[in-house]
Design a protein around this ligand. Structure first.
Ligand SMILES: Nc1ncnc2c1ncn2[C@@H]1O[C@H](COP(=O)(O)OP(=O)(O)OP(=O)(O)O)[C@@H](O)[C@H]1O
Ligand SMILES: [Mg+2]
Length: 213
C-alpha cells in the first residue's frame, strides 16, 4: 500500500502525520519505507536526530518522479508513506498518481479550511490518471472542548472527501518526539497521541480493504 500525506498549505502537519503514522504501522509489525519528497528535508532531519535505530527506513526523493520511482521501491516494503512539500504541485501530483490513499491533514482554523480547496483540485486532477485513489481528511491539532474544533468538524463535512473518525489532538509530546529523534509511538508509547495514531492505523487498514473510492 502507498500512502501520501498531502496538502499544499504549509505547516498543517504533513510531516508530523507521515513520520508518526509510518512509526505506528511499523510498531504493528509492518516493514515501512518513509519517502521524504520535500526539498526542506524535514523528515530526513527528524530521522537524523535519532541516536539509535529508527523504526522505519527513510529516503529523500524531492523530485516530481515519484510516479516512476515509488512502484519499484514499494515492492520491497509492506507500506510506503510519502511526505510531500507545501506548495510544490508537480511533486505532490507525482505522488498522488501512484498512491492508494491520500491523507489530507487540516488544522481547525478557517484559514486552513479555506486553502483546502487547492488540494481538493489537485486530488481531482490526479484521480483522472489514478481513478482508484481514495482520499480522507485528517483533523490535526484538534484542541479539546473548543468551539472552533467542533465547528471545523462540521465545516469538513462540506469537503468532497470523508473525514477520519480519529482526530489528532494538539499535544506538546508530538513536538518533543521530533527533538528526541523518535516517532511518537517510540517516544511515549502509552501516551494519548500514540493511541490516536494507532486508532488511525486501524481506520486506514479498514479503508484499504473497503470498496468506496
Ligand atoms: N498535533 C500536533 N500537536 C502539536 N504540535 C503539532 C501537531 N501537529 C503538528 N505540530 C507542530 O506544528 C509544526 C508544523 O507541523 P509539520 O512540520 O508536521 O507541518 P507540515 O505540513 O509538514 O509543514 P510544511 O508544510 O512546512 O512541510 C511543527 O512544529 C510540529 O511539531
Ligand atoms: Mg513538512
Amino acid at each position: 500500500m502507498i500512502l501520501v500525506i498531502a496538502n499544499q498549505k504549509g505547516g498543517c502537519g504533513k510531516t508530523t502525520t507521515a513520520v508518526n503514522l509510518a512509526g505506528a504501522f511499523a510498531q504493528r509489525g509492518m516493514d515501512v519505507l518513509l519517502v521524504d519528497s520535500d526539498p526542506q528535508g524535514s523528515a530526513m532531519k527528524w530521522r537524523g536526530l535519532a541516536s539509535g535505530t529508527f523504526p522505519v527506513g527513510v529516503i529523500a526523493l524531492p523530485m516530481p518522479v515519484l510516479d516512476q520511482e515509488i512502484p519499484k521501491l514499494a515492492k520491497k516494503y509492506d507500506l510506503v508513506v510519502i511526505d510531500t512539500p507545501p506548495g510544490m504541485e508537480t511533486i505532490t501530483r507525482s505522488a498522488l498518481v501512484v498512491a492508494d490513499l491520500a491523507i489530507i491533514p487540516l488544522q481547525p482554523s478557517p484559514l486552513d479550511l479555506w486553502s483546502g480547496t487547492d488540494i481538493v483540485g489537485l486530488v481531482r486532477k490526479a484521480q483522472q490518471l489514478n481513478p482508484g485513489l481514495r482520499t480522507r481528511l485528517l483533523l490535526n491539532r484538534k484542541i479539546h472542548g473548543t468551539r472552533l474544533s467542533r465547528e471545523s468538524v462540521e465545516a469538513l463535512k462540506e469537503f468532497p472527501f470523508p473525514l477520519f473518525e480519529t482526530a489528532i489532538h494538539q499535544r506538546i509530546a508530538l513536538a518533543e518526539a521530533v527533538t528526541a529523534g523518535k516517532t511518537i509511538t517510540d517516544f511515549y508509547p502509552d501516551g494519548p497521541s500514540s493511541s490516536e495514531y494507532r486508532a488511525l492505523v486501524e481506520e486506514i487498514v479498514s479503508v484499504g480493504m473497503g470498496e468506496t473510492p
